[in-house]
Design a protein around this ligand. Structure first.
Ligand SMILES: C[S@@+](CC[C@H](N)C(=O)[O-])C[C@H]1O[C@@H](n2cnc3c(N)ncnc32)[C@H](O)[C@@H]1O
Length: 221
């Protein structure tokens, strides 16, 4: 299915670039971004990993937040090309409090990515649902994280509109996973992340903030 996913997203680059003109989409995205990224300073001088970065909506925010390094991983080479051209435009026009921000791109599956460093912050937005073995991926990416580092997840949830999102992708031959808060919490509890926050976001998303911790997770048992 990864081939279907990369072919689908390769074909969607122009549609994604035009999404910003859609007012409903902009409103939904604004809600999601506010819930996922409470404050831009969390990126200041940090090493950040954007998993399933697409054309770089979050990469741009991380850049504006003054990250030291942003590693962007995606299975779609066309999305990464679009990200590179957007980020060179953005670096000319957007203020960034860290003039030395470095951006690297990796065209590979999230499941196969082998980083050469550990990260302070990781973002998994809009890509977790396309993966197969969610618990394994969570366990794997926790090994890339500095102790105390933050993982920000945005995923579709099990409700009526989430169901339409599922059917939309099924029509393109892709089976996505919808999540409930209970399932995400269960996965987090089986990993070595601690849950900082988990909430439903209108209209069909879930946001979870996880912190890499050494101790057993007791917050949400
Ligand atoms: C819905 S877009 C989200 C883009 C961006 N993160 C956002 O939130 O706007 C999902 C992205 O995840 C990528 N993706 C899906 N499955 C992947 C996988 N197994 N490995 C790497 N990238 C993947 C797709 O190519 C696509 O660019």
């Amino acid at each position: 299915m990864t081939n279907e996913v990369s072919l689908y997203f390769d074909s969607q680059v122009h549609a994604y670039e035009n999404l910003n003109k859609n007012l409903i989409w902009k409103k939904i995205k604004k809600n999601e971004i506010e819930a996922l990224i409470p404050k831009k300073f969390i990126f200041k001088n940090k090493k950040v990993l954007d998993l399933g970065c697409g054309n770089g909506i979050y990469t741009n925010l991380i850049f504006q937040g003054g990250a030291e390094l942003i590693d962007c991983v995606d299975i779609s080479s066309k999305m990464l090309e679009s990200l590179v051209s957007n980020s060179s435009n953005n670096s000319n026009s957007n203020s960034n409090s860290n003039s030395k921000t470095k951006i690297r791109t990796f065209c590979t599956q999230i499941e196969n990515f082998k980083p050469d460093i550990k990260y302070d912050v990781m973002i998994l937005s809009g890509s977790f649902e396309f993966l197969k073995h969610h618990q394994n991926v969570l366990n794997l990416i926790s090994t890339y994280m500095q102790p105390g580092g933050l993982l920000l997840i945005l995923a579709p949830r099990k409700n009526f509109l989430g169901g339409l999102y599922y059917l939309f992708h099924l029509y393109h031959g892709i089976r996505v996973k919808l999540f409930s808060i209970k399932e995400l919490k269960k996965m987090a509890l089986k990993s070595d992340f601690c849950i900082d926050k988990v909430e439903n976001i209108f209209p069909f998303a879930l946001v979870m903030h996880l912190k890499k911790c050494e101790n057993q997770n007791t917050l949400y048992e």
